[in-house]
Design a protein around this ligand. Sequence first.
Ligand SMILES: [Zn+2]
Length: 71
Amino acid sequence: MPEIKKYKCALCKKEYVRSSVKAEDYFPFCSERCRLMDLGSWLKEEYVTSRPLKEEELVELANAEGEEKEE
Ligand SMILES: [Zn+2]
């Protein structure tokens, strides 16, 4: 039996189970939805509080966040 670990989503605080580490793992979020919402919210904030970002700058920011992968 693999060990089942519970994690708390960084966005919605819901507890979720990580049964295996897969490519589509959204850690530290429970789902892709939460991951995208979190990323989107701070990118949008950055966008409205400063100059518009170029596309390549957005990519750099996403990479700096650590968990981003190409789709
Ligand atoms: Zn969540």
